[in-house]
Design a protein around this ligand. Structure first.
Ligand code: SF4
Length: 581
């Protein structure tokens, strides 16, 4: 299952997902829907759940919904998985609805960060929620991952909490929170979870579930890739590296005042204008403020004396190295260090060479470190197929149906409606755009499904999804045309430290062939009963133009009349900041 495949040759030295011995409860078989109540558990003959997934979204049993992917994945390992979807968070009682889980609570805010789900960009509360039956707002709390974790602890203090999902992933180190307009602590500290799983969590959660089932205490599980947790000190045998040796903290450029063009006019008239110096004045003021603020302490890199041998510094082994980021208190006080810490996080995203990170939170008696293990090893094509071929019901749970038993009326779930006839063909992105979180969450190595698995899903939609009229609304992923694109050399890919394979230009080592994708498009649209295949996901047009045949194929067969292009900007200045061509 983990043999190299023709997608990216990235070495995947990890235990295959299907190689674990199944848990004894596999004898209960596969549930049509994972149970959401005691009555459903009784119908399945279960006295208890091994794992309970608590989520901020309505339960839709489809591979586009996190709780279904993780739930079905664990079920395939033999565990009994229950779902508590959108519980009332005012008390711990709804978190006891399925009884006490034998192994752990899996907590997620849902497919979106709960603050984005709850508020508009103007910080106004939303009245709708695309992940709730009837598109009704208010069914989840602010910062749902933290609130749910607290309620699970109140329900059963001795049950481990494993936090996952995008809210946990993107808040794993100290981070700027737009809604509070301040830098918040790592969510690991605020949620008091035992383990945080970031990125694609299948590999980590399967290993953790089996280790907890083997009675290993959760606090001893500190070596799983893609996890973060709190620890008091760096254990023996690890080499600490100061983050300034990885990336040099730089100054923050002042925002350009759009009215500066007035000075150009003044210059043309032989006069000067005070606004000319405004940007510099802003920058100088910021620097002066930093100089007088004692909370801002410059970082210094001190070579580790333990590493010096015969006058030369030995490079510590990467798998025993941990990079110490500036502390939460430092990044909160200094935007330069904040930007530096984030750059280091991004530099350490290649699973081939990433090192562990550590960030201190608090001082004195309350001091503790948030330890972040390197990112998970990407799934192979066979493992991706396994994840997408699990026995999903491809429908919202029957509890959300209206009085006619339908999910298309008043209880329609808009997010389900959107992906109902679409197929996800890959994960990940190597673009590295600075405004985007895909790399931070899904990773920079493309993980693609096989052609067979994709075609099988198109046929399953055609044959089993109610309301299908012959149009597949999307055959895509984070970037639709990165399917099966990756570095030509596994050695170079493993060692590469570049944050993007396509900026400032397309790397000569990148294999840009679109042939496998063209083949899938042709095969899918030729299937009986398929009238149209649309490509709704975004494309990298700089990659697409490398294959005129692909563009022709796309324009002639897979767009709804117009090919829409959405450039993020037209000016070189902002584009360079975005790392966009
Ligand atoms: S930037 Fe170039 S060398 Fe590095 S992984 Fe991407 S294609 Fe390979």
């Amino acid at each position: 299952m983990n043999a190299p495949v023709d997608v990216s040759f990235f070495t995947r030295a990890a235990k295959p997902l299907t190689s674990y011995r199944k848990y004894w409860a596999a004898r209960f078989g596969t549930a049509k829907f994972l149970p959401t109540s005691r009555a459903e558990m009784d119908a399945l003959g279960w006295d208890s759940c091994d794992i309970i997934v608590v989520t901020g979204d309505a339960y839709v049993d489809h591979p586009s919904f996190g709780m279904a992917v993780i739930g079905r994945m664990l079920e395939a390992q033999g565990f009994r998985v229950g779902i508590i979807a959108q519980p009332d968070w005012q008390s711990a009682a709804p978190f006891k609805a399925l009884g006490k889980p034998n192994l752990f609570f899996g907590v997620t805010a849902g497919n979106m960060d709960s603050m984005i789900n709850r508020y508009t960009a103007d910080r106004k509360i939303r009245s709708d929620d695309a992940y709730t039956p009837g598109d009704v707002g208010g069914r989840r709390p602010d910062r749902a991952a933290i609130v749910y974790s607290q309620r699970c602890k109140e329900a059963w203090n001795d049950v481990p909490i494993v936090l996952g999902g995008i809210e946990g992933s993107l808040r794993r180190i100290a981070h700027y929170d737009y809604w509070q307009d301040k830098v918040r602590r790592s969510i690991v500290v605020d949620a008091k979870c035992d383990l945080l799983l970031y990125g694609n969590a299948e590999r980590a959660i399967v290993e953790i579930a089996h280790r907890l089932a083997a009675r290993e205490p959760v606090h001893q599980i500190t070596d799983v890739r893609g996890t973060a947790f709190v620890r008091r000190e760096t254990p023996e045998g690890w080499f600490e590296i100061d983050s300034t040796s990885v990336d040099e903290p730089g100054r923050v450029e002042a925002h350009v005042n759009p009215y500066l063009m007035v000075s150009d006019q003044a210059k043309a008239n032989g006069a000067t204008c005070a606004k000319e110096d405004e940007a510099q004045a802003v920058a100088s003021a910021a620097e002066t403020a930093a100089a007088v603020n004692p909370a801002i302490k410059p970082l210094t890199f001190v070579p580790n004396p333990a590493l010096q041998a015969r006058g030369r510094i030995k490079v510590p082994p990467r798998d025993r190295s941990v990079i110490r980021l500036p502390s939460y208190e430092q990044v909160r006080a200094d935007p330069v260090l904040y930007a530096h810490a984030n750059r280091v996080l991004h530099l350490e995203t290649n699973p081939g060479n990433a090192r562990a990170l550590v960030q201190a939170h608090g001082e004195g008696a309350t001091a503790r470190d948030v330890w972040i293990n390197p990112p998970p090893i990407p799934l192979t094509t066979a493992e991706m197929d396994h994840v997408f071929d699990l026995p999903y019901a491809r429908s919202p749970h029957p509890r959300y149906a209206d009085e006619d038993g339908s999910h298309d009326g008043a209880t329609k779930i808009p997010a389900w409606e959107m992906i109902r006839f679409s197929v996800n063909i890959m994960r990940g992105c190597f673009g590295g755009c600075t405004f985007c979180s895909i790399t931070e969450h899904e990773g920079r190595i493309i993980q693609s499904r096989s052609e067979e698995s994709i075609i099988k899903e198109v046929e399953a939609i055609r044959d089993s999804v109610k309301g299908f009229t012959g149009t597949i609304s999307d055959l895509g992923g984070p970037t639709a045309n990165m399917y099966r694109i990756g570095c030509k050399s596994p050695e170079i890919e493993s060692a590469c430290r570049k944050p993007s394979c396509v900026y400032p230009g397309i790397c000569p080592n990148l294999n840009t062939s679109h042939d496998p994708l063209i083949k899938i498009y042709r095969r899918a649209r030729a299937l009986k009963g398929i009238k149209k295949i649309l490509i709704g996901s975004g494309l990298r047009y700089d990659l697409a133009v490398k294959s005129p045949e692909y563009v022709k194929e796309l324009v002639q067969h897979h767009v709804g009349g117009y090919l829409k292009i959405a450039p993020e900007h037209t000016e070189q200045g902002p584009l360079t900041k975005m790392m966009k061509p």
